[in-house]
Design a protein around this ligand. Structure first.
Ligand SMILES: [Zn+2]
Length: 432
């Protein structure tokens, strides 16, 4: 396929170029002006429209997609542990195969419509563990979105369920080692729901599978307190002692850590994912994002994966908190998820250079002021939005074309998801 007359732009490093892009076997094979179509090649003239790499979401929970508008608990949660107990740990226990599928399907449909081409998911469904990642994979494949999946291992449901979680991760990672669109990583809930033995088992599995561990870290101060009170250590030392601090590990939140901990994570080759909307919603505190450096990424933590919106929330939260980020910090955060995926898939993701995977979006954006490499980031933050996403390609295949989702009938998916949500909410009523 040949995309003619694009205005190709990337945020990191900032670049804008009027160019043609040739895509073959899911990869951008040629980039330059006035490329001639090969015989039989499909040509699409973009007439100067903006093309960007697809946007990454580095931490989310598809299982919460059907939570939108669900009845609140009888008594409002007073703190973060109560939010988990009264809301999320009731929802995840009510999940069955159908609701896991529709949660992931509606999450993926909305993501691609908004230009998000990668979802790094962290899944829990304690009454339906074995095979649950295959259900999410099926939804991702139906939509055509790229994903990295894991099951969150935890001691919360006892050792038998913990072991099922470990087995689900191992089975899934091994089954998808060669998959071009979907990969696995070891998942773990958080230090405060995992004993020493469980953390070690997660690390041992990460050794066997040669992956990192995707885990919540210091989302709330309770995680740090728990390590101190139960194990007489700081949280990062505990994770380090048991082998969770490793290259490729994905640490979601990282709010309540000591100054040095951030450089320890960076040196270990871990990633820190900032989830501003979720953190503000749960009132858990504000992560010192400037300390994340070039190991930073942006996630939604279960909120719909509209990364245009999350970048805005991230930016205005910074401004409101008096944080003055340099452009590089912002670019790292916005595009970090693509760096994580590039390592996992061992491919160039998040770029429009030759040899990059063709995960890209076409934007119908008309800049009302000059748009240059120097101010591109601010057009992104202040002007561009997900409603401008016209078409989306993942691995060389259109998954949204002229605003129409290609893999599934979006209108019926919304209806079916709503029916599945009603059943899920009813089941939740009987769960304490
Ligand atoms: Zn999370």
């Amino acid at each position: 396929m040949l995309l003619k007359n694009s205005n190709s732009l990337t945020l990191s490093p900032p670049s804008i170029e009027s160019t043609d892009l040739r895509i073959r076997n899911g990869v951008i094979t040629e980039r330059g002006k006035n490329l001639f179509p090969d015989e039989g090649e499909e040509v699409r003239d973009l007439h100067g429209k903006y093309v960007m790499p697809g946007l990454p979401c580095a931490h989310t929970h598809m299982y919460s997609s059907l939570a939108r508008g669900m009845p609140p608990p009888d008594e409002p949660p007073k703190n973060f542990p109560e939010v988990l107990k009264k809301v999320w740990w009731r929802l995840d226990r009510a999940l069955d195969e159908e609701s896991i599928y529709y949660s992931a399907l509606i999450g993926a449909v909305e993501a691609v419509r908004w230009g998000t081409t990668l979802l790094i998911d962290h899944h829990a469904s304690p009454t339906h563990i074995s095979g649950s990642l295959d259900v999410i994979k099926r939804a991702y494949e139906d939509v055509g979105i790229r994903g990295v999946l894991c099951y969150e291992v935890t001691d919360r449901g006892g050792m038998e369920k913990r072991d099922q979680g470990l087995e689900e991760n191992e089975r899934f990672i091994k089954a998808n080692e060669e998959n071009q669109l979907i990969r696995g990583i070891v998942g773990a809930h958080a230090s405060f729901t995992l004993g020493d033995d469980s953390l070690q088992k997660c690390a041992a599995l990460a050794d066997v599978c040669n992956t990192g561990v995707h885990i919540h870290v210091a989302e709330d101060a309770c995680d740090v307190r728990d390590a101190k009170e139960k194990y007489n250590t700081d949280l990062i030392s505990r994770l380090d002692k048991h082998g969770i601090m490793r290259g490729g590990s994905i640490f979601a939140h990282c709010i309540h850590l000591a100054h040095d901990d951030y450089s320890r994570i960076r040196k270990a080759g871990g990633w820190m994912v900032h989830n501003p909307r979720s953190n503000m919603n749960n009132n858990v505190g504000y992560a010192p994002v400037l300390l994340f450096g070039d190991r930073a990424a942006l996630g939604t933590d279960g909120f719909p994966a509209d990364m245009f919106e999350d970048a805005k929330v991230m930016f205005f939260k910074m401004r409101d908190a008096g944080v003055r980020p340099d452009p590089l910090t912002l670019e790292n955060l916005i595009t970090g998820g693509a760096q994580i995926a590039s390592k996992i898939f061992n491919k160039k993701i998040g770029s429009l250079e030759t040899d990059s995977v063709a995960d890209l979006i076409i934007l119908d954006y008309e800049p009302p002021t000059p748009l240059t490499e120097d101010n591109l980031l601010f057009h992104y933050l202040f002007g561009m939005r997900s409603s401008m996403v016209e078409s989306v390609m993942v691995e060389g295949k259109w998954v949204v074309e002229d605003r129409k989702v290609q893999g599934v009938d979006a209108a019926s998916v919304y209806k079916e998801a709503s029916t599945a949500a009603k059943k899920l909410w009813n089941r939740m009523q009987s769960i304490e």
